[in-house]
Design a protein around this ligand. Structure first.
Ligand SMILES: [Zn+2]
Length: 280
């Protein structure tokens, strides 16, 4: 782990390091320790982007410099930033990103996403990524994400776009399935009945054990989503009536519109999720 972290500090193009381990085994401490070892950064005081005073300036710093302001420099340690992975507010962000992707990159003629945004001008033949390599193509990830968002939001228009992508690649999928690993996953999701687990978090934060239980069986098409009081997405159709019973975390395992009995017991939930799989 130490070597991995240090290599990333030397060459950020490596693209990161994934650290896995139980709680309390020092993962975050190691990352904070690494930040301590890194040289201090020098930047322009008051700049939100921490512009490098020796490099090119952001628009705001440029404006300050142009107006004759003497830009002051300061130094500080590299910041360690926590991103809220799995936080419930991610769902609104995911929907906003999906809508932005459609607004900028959807091509009605092709019926797929293309690689050039509308505002950057499209030529006669606009490239579009369809085949999957080590990095999946924009269209296969797009199809999968749109299907998930359609399930979460109840917006069938999103699923229609996903199916449009799958139709566009269907002949190629048939001929060369090995070039479309990720796209096949989206096709699998589109062909099956949607399955999902909604975890309504109780006051005691007991939703975590339920989410972990739902994720345990091999169930690649399962969508797991959390909802709490006051979440904006609580108004989406999938979450209607799915509340924490008696203040305890409660899970709802569903296929299509039919759901198993709500449960607060992780073992029972795991059993329910397994049988969603078996009876498919
Ligand atoms: Zn700046």
């Amino acid at each position: 782990m130490k070597l991995g972290l240090m290599l990333n500090a030397v060459d950020p193009l490596i693209g990161g390091v994934l650290i896995m381990g139980h709680r309390g085994t020092g993962k975050s401490t190691a990352v904070r320790g690494l930040a301590e070892l890194l040289p201090k950064i020098k930047f322009i005081s008051g700049c939100a982007y921490r512009c490098d005073s020796d490099g090119s300036l952001c628009a705001e710093c440029q404006r300050r410099a142009d107006s004759g302001e003497q830009l002051k420099r300061e130094t500080a340690s590299v910041a360690v930033v926590d991103l809220p992975l799995g936080a419930t507010e991610d769902l609104e962000l995911a929907l906003a990103l999906g809508q932005t992707a459609i607004a900028s990159f959807w091509d009605d003629v092709a019926g797929t996403f293309v690689d050039v945004a509308e505002e950057h001008g499209r030529g006669i033949a606009t490239p579009r990524g369809l085949a999957d390599n080590a990095v999946p193509s924009a269209n296969s990830v797009g199809a999968d994400v749109l299907l998930r968002l359609a399930l979460l939001t109840g917006d069938d228009g999103l699923a229609d776009r996903a199916r449009s992508i799958l139709r566009a690649v269907a002949p190629a999928l048939d001929r060369s399935p090995s070039a479309f690993g990720r796209m096949l996953c989206a096709a699998d999701r589109a062909l099956g009945e949607p399955i999902d687990v909604v975890v309504a978090a109780g006051a005691g934060g007991d939703g975590r054990a339920l989410r972990a239980a739902a994720a345990r069986p091999y169930q690649p098409d399962l969508v797991i989503a959390s909802v709490g009081d006051g979440d904006a997405h609580a108004a989406w159709p999938l979450f209607a009536g799915k509340t924490a019973r008696e203040g305890r975390g409660t899970a709802y395992a569903c296929r299509g519109t039919s759901c198993d009995a709500p449960t607060g017991d992780p073992e029972e939930l795991e059993r329910q999720v397994r049988s969603l799989n078996a009876s498919r």
